[in-house]
Write a new protein. Sequence first.
Length: 186
Amino acid sequence: MQGYTHALVGLTAAAALNAQIGFVQPHVVKGVPVGLAICAGFAILGALLPDVDAEDSTIKHEMGAAGTLTSLSLKLLGVGHRGVTHYGVTTLGVMIIGYLVSARMGYPDAGLALGVGYLSHVIADALTRHGVPLWWPLPGNFHLLPGPFRVKTGGAGESIFFMLVGATFAWIALSMVPPDLLKFLR
């Protein structure tokens, strides 16, 4: 999947979880609640992070020198794209460490958003033709869809998927608007 698709999937997954359990805290700065923006940013970061090992990834380029250094370091360690960064155990580790570190800093919601974003990336890649090595060290890639329905990265299937996720995000966002505000908009 492309970076913009992963970003939207991560954002949508975090929004869906927040709609269910309300994990985002206000984090008021100078009277302005910024918790939603912080969590949105961390969800997107988490959703892009697994592709830091990819040559032309959004996250590698957005991180600049740090992204290039991280990508080069992974390459020197023999990590190829959709390798260690897409393992189930890595995903679980990122989710746990991200939460623990951010909770220690007073932002447990940001860590949860990061973990949800990371998990959403791995799940979305399991929809593609290539799949993911989710159950490493067992051989083979994990797929969520049967062969003919797997999405080609950058293809028409991904575009359709992107639109469906976008519609889902819009529906979640609208469902969270207070009813009084909706009356005002009529």
